[in-house]
Design a protein. Structure first.
Lengths: 333, 333
């Protein structure tokens, strides 16, 4: 029940997801006084697929991470992850603090065997209508060469499983394509990737080619990945808002609306599981914490109802797809 | 005479700059056998403002930086910087290797008193038609809190001098706006910035708001800055190329061309010295190495003729404007 807006978004989003996915049922962790009024007018069929687990405590965003984790007992985020740990739920979705979600998920759900650090992974659209896998998007701000190498491994399996790709092309995000460019960790990760013939490592990629489909898997530390993804989102959002009706556009408003719709459509991003998402970050929401023994999906803190519903549907599909088991099997190969 | 394309771009660009700026004269460092044929049909008035300084050696991009610097004697890049050092030229423009340019400029031209590390600075356009100053854009990939603090100081003086701003708003690029977010160096730089009442520090900024004019000066290490800038450039380039004629757009081609032109116009970036530049990186070229005792401008390696001409004109204006002296005076205040 975290996120920037809270139950006013997450409850209608949950209802929307239940309507769209008839096999889904949800446990809602949060303040029942806030939640129950939002469920009042539902059909009994939908009511039966919702269980409200009352709690009032939330993870404290203003404290540093280790304090927040030490004092997380009884928070909605921790209870939701514990429900997955106990097998009461098959996936957890949260719009709360990324660091706390990662920290609690690592403690309670454990990383997969051999994985030092789980990572945040998402799909990004490409100009030719395909999608690329990008990780880490903010879970690990400092990464060793070994971490980056493991992200590449997991990203490749994710691309194979979710996008159906064979021998996906892997690139490391860097500030140049020459071998001498970038942080030592990136250069060493390149060496590790080259040594594994099972991986299709194609070299460094720069920020200007992120949308060009040059690589199927783009690997970076969480700081660079978060900066790049948010910069892309901001650029897309600005362009869309310009087309929706910039003040200087009054004269050409009907054309702009047309082009705006076309732009959104051109950049349509097919979800990893046959759903459509848009590059517009309002509509394109949910990054998976990959490398854990269970499915955990992080929603944007500021996601709207559609966005949070997408994250829930995505989590459900990943659980049905046994994504963690698929990753583990791929790692063991 | 470096850069990805060489004299075929840099010579026509120099001629273009000479035509546009009647006070300008240029020294061209490179292979006279390649350069002289490109100058043959020029008027004698233009010929008189060009001096060709023959050399055939170039900085070796394939070697690591320290090797390249040790073996730089007699290269076109080093000779050009030495000309500035000797007072034969007032500014140096290069499309060569950024690291080598920074390294040689630091050795030969020296950083300004009190500046540990010069930085690459450029202007970025904002959605409301203004501009923001952004630094570092790739000269220093690892930065201490003190480095970032000095970048903020120099960026603020640059914004005051070149954009005419009073008390420019300074922000640090980060992956969240909460105080606990990001690398330790960024958090410590925030503390340093808050302690200086002469600086208008407004907090962290995320990648999605880079174009929104929330800050006049955006400060980051060279790795994050380079990733963010190139990502912005790539997004803009892709949108523009889509509007120029995507295969799916044939039916709406005339509308798209119209909107494409409008987009480029809306994102027009007024140059720091009353010239217009576009967000399209082909047209928007030249970052200044700020914090040195003389003017050094780095062009994109892949700049076209217009782009390289812009970089030359910009360097000339900065030299006339005594930008290094202005930065020094600001630092001493």
């Amino acid at each position: 029940m975290g996120g920037d807006i809270g139950p006013r978004v997450t409850i209608p989003a949950s209802i929307k997801a239940l309507e769209q996915d008839p096999m889904l049922s949800v446990l809602l962790f949060g303040d029942s006084q806030q939640i129950l009024p939002l469920l009042e007018n539902l059909s009994s069929a939908l009511q039966e697929r919702i269980k409200v687990c009352h709690c009032t405590k939330v993870v404290d965003n203003s404290q540093d991470l280790s304090y927040a984790l030490r004092h997380s007992k009884g928070t909605s985020m921790r209870l939701a992850i514990e429900a997955v740990q106990k097998g009461e739920a098959q996936a957890c979705v949260s719009a709360g603090n990324t660091g706390a979600l990662m920290g609690l998920a690592k403690i309670l759900l454990q990383p997969l065997k051999g994985i030092e650090r789980p990572a945040l992974v998402s799909l990004i659209p490409t100009i030719n209508g395909d999608r690329s896998v990008m990780l880490d998007l903010g879970a690990n701000i400092d990464c060793s060469a070994q971490n980056l190498y493991q992200f590449a491994l997991m990203g490749a399996i994710f691309a194979e499983s979710c996008l159906g790709l064979v021998y996906p092309r892997i690139a490391l995000l860097n500030i140049g394509i020459e071998e001498i460019k970038g942080h030592k960790s990136i250069r060493e990760a390149a060496t590790l990737l080259k040594q594994n013939p099972a991986l299709n490592y194609i070299g460094f990629i720069e920020g200007d080619l992120l949308l060009n489909g040059k690589a199927d898997v783009i690997v970076n530390d969480g700081f660079a990945g978060n900066i790049a993804l948010k910069t892309l989102e901001g650029a897309a959002k600005n362009v869309i808002s310009l087309f929706k009706g910039h003040s200087t556009l009054n004269k050409t408003n009907h054309i702009c609306k047309f082009i705006g719709r076309w732009f959104v459509k051109t950049f349509l991003l097919k979800g990893s599981f046959q759903r459509l998402r848009q590059i517009n970050p309002d509509q394109y929401n949910g990054a998976t914490l990959i490398g854990l023994t269970a499915v955990v999906v992080k929603s944007h803190g500021s996601a709207n109802i559609d966005g949070f519903a997408y994250a829930i549907l995505d989590a459900a599909q990943q659980a049905r797809y046994n994504l963690p088991e698929k990753i583990l099997a791929g790692l063991e190969k």
